[in-house]
Design a protein. Structure first.
Ligand SMILES: C[S@@+](CC[C@H](N)C(=O)[O-])C[C@H]1O[C@@H](n2cnc3c(N)ncnc32)[C@H](O)[C@@H]1O
Length: 360
């Protein structure tokens, strides 16, 4: 029974990983990073070269972006492999479904038909001007041969398997890679990921990705997927314009932490010098020169920054008795209605330059 469950879990995980990014979403995000690509090697390491729109985007914009090299590897058993352009048309492969790597160093109108398309890319593989070869292993991003390719690359760009997001991010960070990757918004709350956002090692890109293609070719909508990067982008230096003045009635204080609750990012007061709990949409507009991120008010991460450390066991027990969803690491305040409120997903921040004297 246990093994059946394990197999089902593995299948569920694999299914969760099989959705593919549309070219329009890649184009929409990449235009903010253009300057970073000049003379660089880009690696797409969860991407079947003839199926992935990441490969398509970078190979067809290879000259425009001034890339030095594009490397692309695919994973054994990807259900969409070989659907569009049969590899057997291009190279002699040993076994069917063996993963392979594509290495692009030159892109031009090889067919001479006056335009650049995937037919040219195929011909450039055939002629040996670019390389398409089998991998030795299964194409796992953490396999030695894929890590060696990552070490050679400057920037990793892809939509990695969501089920392996923690491991994937840890790999990028440990190899000190620049990256632009797609991930679930909830991943910002993982105890392995949040500290990277707080410490300024990772931040959020520009867009949400709302639709993906699933293996049967249809579109599936997602509500909370966005881009993670560590490449410098303009919005990280733009100050949020704050228009609300602090007054104690509008901003309740938490019972279990010395901070006020701000119900909307747009309501962050310009003149409050202390700690504030803000919704996690804040991460999308975060400018580290304007604000300091202190922590995440959630479970163990909340307790780490001192949530509920001001309360006795008895006080915690009384809060729990009154509101069963009280958690020590999460914020709670008493509203003007006299009831306990437990705001969801608060990031604890501090304004580095509160405008205390704005009206004077
Ligand atoms: C979310 S899909 C995205 C595919 C492609 N990057 C795109 O955006 O269209 C994730 C891909 O990673 C592949 N994959 C799963 N586990 C992997 C691993 N350990 N190493 C490399 N790729 C993996 C899956 O087969 C799947 O094709």
């Amino acid at each position: 029974m246990a093994s059946k469950n394990t197999a089902l879990n593995a299948a569920a995980k694999a299914k969760q990983d099989e959705f593919y990014t549309q070219l329009s979403d890649i184009e929409k995000e990449m235009r903010y990073y253009r300057k970073h690509f000049k003379s660089k090697t880009v690696f797409c390491n969860c991407d079947d070269p003839f199926e992935s729109n990441f490969f398509k985007f970078f190979v067809l914009n290879f000259n425009k972006l001034g890339l030095k090299k594009l490397i692309c590897t695919c994973y054994a058993g990807s259900p969409i492999a070989n659907q569009q352009l049969s590899l057997f048309d291009v190279i002699e492969l040993g076994e069917e479904n063996k993963p392979y790597k594509a290495i692009i160093t030159t892109v031009y109108d090889k067919t001479g038909d006056g335009m650049l398309d995937m037919e040219d890319i195929k011909e450039l593989f055939r002629s040996g001007e670019n390389e398409l070869t089998e991998l030795e292993g299964d194409g796992d991003f953490s396999s030695p041969e894929c890590l060696a390719l990552m070490d050679e690359a400057d920037i990793v760009v892809t939509n990695p398997p969501f089920s392996l997001f923690r491991k994937y991010m840890a790999t990028l960070i440990s190899r000190k890679k620049s990256f632009i990757i797609i991930g679930n918004q909830n991943a910002a709350h993982y105890k392995e990921i949040f500290p990277l956002l707080r410490e300024g090692k990772v931040w959020l890109g520009y867009n949400h990705v709302k639709e993906f293609i699933i293996p049967d070719g249809t579109i599936k909508k997602f509500g909370n997927v966005l881009w993670y990067t560590n490449l410098d982008i303009k919005k990280r230096h733009e100050e949020m314009i704050l228009v609300k003045k602090y007054c104690s009635e509008d901003y309740p204080k938490y019972i279990n932490y010395d901070a006020i609750d701000v119900n909307k990012v747009a309501n962050i007061p310009y003149d409050y010098p202390g700690k504030m709990g803000v919704p996690d949409g804040f991460l999308e507009t975060y400018n580290p020169s304007q604000f300091e991120i202190i922590g995440l008010a959630e479970s163990s991460l909340g307790q780490e920054i001192g949530f509920s450390s001001n309360l006795t066991e008895e006080e915690c027990a009384a809060l729990f008795k009154e509101n069963k969803s009280f958690r020590r690491g999460n914020p709670i305040y008493r509203g003007i209605d006299g009831k306990l409120h437990k705001p969801f997903a608060r990031i604890i921040i501090r304004n580095k330059h509160p405008e205390i004297n704005k009206e004077k």
